[in-house]
Every structure is written in structure tokens, then in C-alpha cells.
Design a protein around this ligand. Structure first.
Ligand code: ZN
Ligand code: ZN
Length: 368
């Protein structure tokens, strides 16, 4: 009985007990094939072959997985063969299998590797362009990732959990810290959560439900955050055309009734509260309500929440037919829960104010 016979007997006898998540498919001299399935998404098929002068040479390992990135499988194959090389001249199979099982256990984020890689690429590109700085760190022990995005004087830090059931379950939002104003922060987090949820929950409309497929949620959520954050500091108020946010985060207006308070409305554009009030109160008062005068549609408007088409462009919905012809303005109706000012009321107020001014003029004229 040689080493290979001995190992085949041993593997047949004990492997499923030693590696509890494993299932032995084949175990003969020409091939050992075993499935390791720790969770629905952490599963891998290991094929092991004995080279001709085994055990003086290391085992040949081949890995397949329907859920784990090819890059991870390639890296893990090399590591597993290195592990086998530590036992040259001795039985290597069980050590190698245990190593693979442990690796999956200790690196739960491997199921999101391609997405993590894409987020890092995105941050690197932004760093290179100088538009923002940022970092994504993997915390394998807890299956968390931490994101930091810096944009001039502003920062956003947050931590997300990649659950065992990922991608069937979406990422969880653990904590965040930032010096962006609260209204913008609420939008950022609310929208990022909504994007994640939509990756795993079918829409309510029945006709779309049938062909709904669960998608991984980490990349869409984090991509949205990084892009929105890097735009915030350069956004201009559609009324006065000055930046919505002050250059220094310490100067951010926190009082939500102050003129320089940054208010985000339905179309996605950010206004100075004072400018918005003034704009809403002055004519013209079109029949359907006041529309946003910004020079172009906002890429992250609430009217097309998280629904980018395959080209990455946002569909333009909720526009009136006559506005479709003019792509150079936003043109969406201004609405905001704090801004339910109706047109008739605004018109009446404006008329009243005009009447009062006329009266004053007349009095002045009279007194002269
Ligand atoms: Zn303004
Ligand atoms: Zn707008």
C-alpha cells in the first residue's frame, strides 16, 4: 500500500467528519473531487490530482465555484499548492483541503471580491483625477467593509456588513460619520439603502416581478455614495449660481431656517433655502407649479431613483412633453415635503405684496 492508497482510504473515511461542510464526490487514484459548501454563496469544488512522483512533488489543485470570483480561485489555488508543498514526502491531501476550508471561513468577503475590487478602482480613478480621495478597507474577521471618502474639506466614513446570505440578502448599514449637512447625509444614506434593497427585493409592479433576479448590492450602493459625494461640493444653487456648500465644512449652515441652509429638492438639485424661498414666491407662476431652472437634469434625481440603464445613463421620466424638447434645463416640478406651497397661494401672496407696494407708491405720489 503506497501513500496514495493510504490517503484515499483516509479521505474516504474521515474527510466529511473533519471538514463538516464537505461532501465527497469522488475519491480514486486518478481524482479526488470534493464539494465544500459553508454557505449558499461560499461554496467551492476542489479537484485534486496526484502527480506521477507524488509525494515528492506537490498535489495538483483545481478549484471551481459558481459564486466565488475567478481571481480569488486562482489565488487560492496557488496558496493551496504552496500549502501542499510544505508536506513534500508526506500525505498532503487532508492538510490541503483543511487549508482551503479555513481560508473560506476566515475570508468571508471573498464572495464580494469583484465588487470590492471595482469600488477600489473607482476610488483610485477619482484619486487620480484629484476629484476626491477615498479608501475601502476589508475587515475579514467581521465580514465588514469600511468606506472613507474625502472631498475637499468634507468627509464621509461608513461601515457596511456583508451578511452570510449575501447576495440574496443585501449589505447592512452599520455606522456612519460625516461633516456634510444633515439633509444631504439623510439623502445619501437613505438612497444608498434604497439602492441596496432594490437589488434583492422585486419591485411591487407585478409585470416586472416575474423576471426579477437578485443582484449583488455592495457595488451599486457604494458607487452611488462615492459619485454623489464627489459632486456635492461643486454643485451650484440653480438660483444664485454660487456653490451650495461653503468651502469649509466648519462654515456649513446648520439652522434649517437660515438663508444659506442647503436644501435638496425632488429633482435632485440643491438650493440655498433663501434662494429657493425667493424663487418660489416670485412670478411667473405656471399652472403645473414652479419648475427647477437648473441648467441640466440632475444625475441623481428622485424621479429616476437608482434606475440606470445599461449605458449608465439615467432615463428622463416625469417630464412634461414640452420639456422633453429642452434638455438644457432640469424643468422638473420643485417639490419637497417642507415646500408644499401651492401655486394659487403663492400667486395670491405675490398679488397682495404688489398691491401693497402700489399703495405705498400712491401715498408717496400724493404726499409729493
Ligand atoms: Zn443660492
Ligand atoms: Zn432641478
Amino acid at each position: 500500500m503506497d501513500v496514495i492508497d493510504y490517503e484515499i482510504e483516509e479521505i474516504n473515511k474521515i474527510v466529511e467528519r473533519v471538514i463538516c461542510s464537505s461532501k465527497l464526490i469522488a475519491c480514486i487514484r486518478s481524482l479526488i473531487r470534493i464539494n465544500i459548501k459553508q454557505t449558499e454563496s461560499r461554496q467551492i469544488t476542489v479537484c485534486i490530482r496526484f502527480p506521477s512522483n507524488y509525494p515528492s512533488e506537490h498535489l495538483l489543485v483545481e478549484l471551481k465555484s459558481p459564486t466565488i470570483s475567478g481571481k480569488i480561485l486562482d489565488g487560492l489555488t496557488t496558496l493551496a499548492e504552496q500549502k501542499a508543498s510544505e508536506f513534500l514526502g508526506k500525505p498532503q491531501t487532508l492538510h490541503t483541503l483543511k487549508f482551503i476550508d479555513n481560508y473560506l471561513q476566515e475570508n468571508p468577503l471573498c464572495i464580494a471580491y469583484d465588487e470590492i475590487f471595482a469600488v477600489k478602482q473607482l476610488l483610485r480613478r477619482k484619486n487620480d483625477l484629484g476629484s476626491c480621495g477615498g479608501e475601502l478597507k476589508c475587515l475579514q474577521k467581521t465580514s465588514n467593509v469600511s468606506l472613507v471618502v474625502n472631498e475637499s474639506d468634507y468627509f464621509f466614513k461608513a461601515k457596511y456588513h456583508v451578511p452570510e446570505e449575501y447576495p440574496t440578502k443585501c449589505i447592512e448599514f452599520l455606522e456612519h460619520k460625516s461633516n456634510f449637512p444633515d439633509a444631504l447625509l439623510r439623502f445619501l444614506n437613505g438612497q444608498a439603502k434604497e439602492i441596496a434593497r432594490k437589488c434583492v427585493e422585486p419591485p411591487l409592479r407585478a409585470n416586472i416581478k416575474s423576471d426579477f433576479v437578485v443582484k449583488p448590492s455592495l457595488l451599486p450602493s457604494l458607487r452611488f455614495l462615492i459619485e454623489a459625494i464627489s459632486d456635492f461640493t461643486s454643485e451650484l444653487c440653480p438660483v444664485c449660481n454660487f456653490k451650495c456648500l461653503p468651502a469649509k465644512a466648519a462654515d456649513v449652515e446648520l439652522r434649517d431656517t437660515a438663508d444659506l441652509y442647503a436644501e435638496r429638492v425632488y429633482c435632485g438639485h440643491i438650493y440655498h433655502l433663501g434662494c429657493l424661498k425667493k424663487y418660489m414666491r416670485e412670478p411667473p407662476f405656471p399652472l403645473g407649479g414652479k419648475t427647477c431652472p437648473a441648467k441640466k437634469p440632475h444625475p441623481r434625481s428622485d424621479s429616476n431613483k437608482g434606475t440606470k440603464d445599461s449605458n449608465g445613463t439615467q432615463p428622463i421620466k416625469n417630464r412634461k412633453p414640452n420639456q422633453l424638447t429642452d434638455e438644457n434645463i432640469c424643468g422638473l416640478r420643485i417639490s419637497h415635503d417642507r415646500w408644499a406651497l401651492n401655486v394659487k397661494l403663492a400667486e395670491a401672496r405675490w398679488a397682495q405684496q404688489q398691491a401693497r407696494e402700489r399703495e405705498l407708491e400712491e401715498v408717496k405720489d400724493f404726499l409729493q
